[in-house]
Design a protein around this ligand. Structure first.
Ligand SMILES: [Zn+2]
Ligand SMILES: [Zn+2]
Length: 236
């Protein structure tokens, strides 16, 4: 695999001190790709050919629907319907006539015809590049490790990406340093989350009556969910 370095957007995400740089980068990438498929590009037949077979995942269909290019969408949908017509015939026939196997349901269900959604694939590809860049900066730019060590790490869903990149691209000397930084970041983050959740819960006690909640306490549950579940889409 060839990874592409994305130093500028990665540095920017770190300067913004967001709760997960990969969440914020993912969010930007997603908006960009959704607007690509809503733009004039879908008028081009070669782009439509690609979408014909794959369609989109349910989440991205919904995001596309809320966009403005209804004509473009209608063209995409027309050719997509044309393509899935014969496939659907086959899926219904073989799906019903073959004895059902547990756990294999999604392969025969009509929704299983959706191959990898092109927006999801592009996001995944972008995230691989961003994760690779983070490890690359850690290895090669002396300015980066202190900023990294001072960050909030990543949400849990994105943490595994970084761990796997680190295991592949850091050398024997760099790994112990990276492990130490990561452990400290996560310990600090969880300790803070526990503190704020605890403070939040205490404010419900009659003994704390009249005491105002701090900003951190007000945000405690939301912040913890951002950590455990990754970015929350609030505009949809
Ligand atoms: Zn994240
Ligand atoms: Zn998708």
């Amino acid at each position: 695999v060839n990874y592409q370095l994305e130093n500028i957007p990665v540095w920017k995400a770190y300067e913004e001190k967001v709760s997960c740089p990969l969440c914020s980068l993912e969010d930007k990438a997603e908006r960009q790709y959704v607007s690509f498929y809503l733009g004039n590009s879908v008028m081009a037949p070669e782009i439509r050919v690609k979408i014909n077979k794959s369609g989109f995942c349910p989440d991205h269909w919904k995001q596309l629907l809320s966009g403005r290019n209804k004509l473009g969408m209608s063209l995409v949908i027309s050719t997509h319907l044309e393509t899935i017509k014969p496939l659907l015939d086959k899926v219904i026939k073989t799906g019903i006539s073959t004895p059902g196997k547990r756990g294999k349901k999604e392969e025969t269900a009509p929704a299983g015809m959706v191959r990898k959604c092109p927006i999801c694939s592009r996001i995944d590809h972008a995230l691989e590049n961003y994760s690779y860049t983070i490890i690359h900066l850690y290895k090669n730019e002396s300015d980066f490790p202190p900023v990294f060590a001072d960050s909030s790490g990543f949400c849990l869903p994105h943490t595994s990406r970084i761990i796997s990149m680190a295991s592949r691209f850091l050398n024997k000397k760099q790994k112990p340093l990276f492990i130490k930084d990561m452990q400290q970041i996560y310990r600090r983050r969880i300790r803070k989350a526990e503190e704020h959740l605890d403070g939040f819960q205490k404010k419900f006690d009659y003994r704390s009556e009249g005491e105002a909640m701090t900003r951190e306490e007000q945000e405690a549950v939301r912040e913890a969910v951002l950590f455990l579940g990754g970015s929350i889409r609030e505009d949809s």
